[in-house]
Design a protein around this ligand. Structure first.
Ligand SMILES: *Cc1c(COP(=O)(O)O)cnc(C)c1O
Length: 413
């Protein structure tokens, strides 16, 4: 049985909402701060922690993370402007394939801390923007799509590298890009010294356990050291990406940050002068958000129970995109003010669906935790703090948007 752990503050808050205030996203910001601080504490000094804003860019989350993170990774002009406004002093790393000329100019003007170059053409576009701005300096990391040793990525949910993808530079193209950046003559000579090669970035997969992440980090660093030797540049830093595993089937199982931090420390021991950077998204904010709603109806269809909740996958698309059942906790509501019989789950399991007129609107499939669930009861879907509302198709069927509630320290129990 999968249930989502809830905090006392979240349960109390949801119990106090009216049905019309549901569905609602409820975030426990003190829990987020504590989690991020623990992650930071597990990492050695020479590892910088960036938060990948695309996981959840809501301003209260960005500001809650500020003390624990060294910076933020943004992957579009929109994220760049938004994160800059939310946390103005924070260093930004700018990545993403398909940067437009306008985005490139805006990022140069914003003075981003690190640039993740995805192609040779991007270097030329960047150089053209720099040519018009004689004062501007840009520090770049080459984003590489490395072949990874067989077995390293076997268990992952989502692979961005080690196979054909639109992300980053293949090793031979990375060589060409390194040449462009380091050769004393050549097409980029007009901006020589202002387009500085600082190292390598690789974000190859999502859903890796600590041992797999460490194996991958070792391979990325080893490859980067050899690239720097071939092109005689100082390898200042390597960003080994995000993708730390989050297990939706077992919310209590957490990525082993302690083992990861120890492994990275070992990796750094052999490389004095090197700074490592990581940029997790899901593993930082995934646990701090809940999608709270109520059961509108319960019915039996051809031998199976269905509980229809307010809202659905147009607010919480995560279970559809990943093909899982979103973990949830129920909050029984004793009061039933109506004269008719209260619909309830009578079998041992129920499928929790939303209000959309499509059979794909399933939040949890045949969940044993739903036994006894009644119309009017509340349901809190957990692990809804990352890739949840922001990846959902809100306008499909024109249902209202959910509320957003950010719990602060004073409400924590
Ligand atoms: C999405 C993304 C991340 C974050 O991935 P998570 O799986 O959320 O940790 C980090 N870096 C890049 C380049 C990304 O595209």
């Amino acid at each position: 049985m999968t249930t989502a752990g809830t905090t006392e503050a979240v349960r109390r808050h949801v119990a106090g909402l009216t049905p019309e205030q549901l569905p609602a996203y409820v975030y426990d910001l003190p829990a987020l701060r504590a989690h991020a601080a623990a992650v930071r504490a597990a990492l050695p000094e020479r590892v910088e922690l960036y938060y990948a804003a695309k996981a959840n860019p809501e301003t209260p989350l960005l500001t809650a993370l500020r003390d624990a993170v060294d910076g933020y990774e943004v992957s579009s002009g929109g994220e760049l402007a938004h994160v800059r406004a939310a946390v103005p002093d924070a260093p930004l790393a700018f990545g993403g394939p398909g940067k437009t000329p306008a985005e490139i100019a805006a990022a140069v003007d914003a003075g981003v801390h690190r640039w993740h170059v995805e192609s040779e053409q991007e270097l030329h576009r960047l150089a053209a923007v720099l040519a018009d701005r004689p004062e501007a300096v840009v520090d770049v990391l080459l984003r590489v799509n490395l072949p990874v040793r067989a077995g390293t990525l076997d268990s992952v949910a989502l692979a961005m590298g080690g196979r054909p993808t639109p992300f980053g530079l293949d090793p031979d193209r990375a060589e060409a890009a390194a040449r462009l950046l380091t050769e004393p003559v050549g097409p980029l000579r007009a901006v020589r010294g202002r387009l500085r090669l600082r190292g390598v970035h690789a974000h190859l997969a999502s859903g890796l356990a600590a041992a797999e992440q460490l194996a991958l980090a070792g391979q990325i660093v080893g490859w980067s050291v050899r690239l720097a030797e071939r092109h005689a540049f100082a390898l200042d830093e390597v960003n080994v990406g995000g993708g730390m595993a989050v297990d939706y089937a077992d919310p209590a199982a957490r990525f082993d940050w302690t083992a990861f931090g120890e492994g990275l420390a070992k990796l750094l021991e052999r490389r004095p002068g090197l700074t490592l950077r990581i940029e997790p998204g899901r593993a930082l904010t995934g646990y701090c958000g809940w999608y709270a709603t109520e059961v509108l109806d319960v019915k039996r269809s051809h031998g199976e129970d269905f509980a229809v909740v307010r809202g659905g996958t147009h607010h919480l698309r995560t279970p559809t995109t990943r093909g899982h059942s979103q973990p949830f906790t129920t909050l029984p509501v004793a009061d039933w003010p109506h004269p008719w019989a209260r619909p309830a789950v009578t079998g041992g399991r129920a499928t929790l669906t939303g209000q959309l007129c499509t059979p794909k609107d399933v939040l949890a499939h045949a969940a044993p935790a739903a036994a006894g669930l009644r119309a009017g009861d509340r349901v809190l879907f957990g692990m809804a703090g990352a890739y949840a509302f922001n990846i959902s198709h809100h306008d499909f069927l024109m249902h209202p948007r959910p509320g957003f509630h950010y719990l602060e320290g004073t409400e924590s129990g």
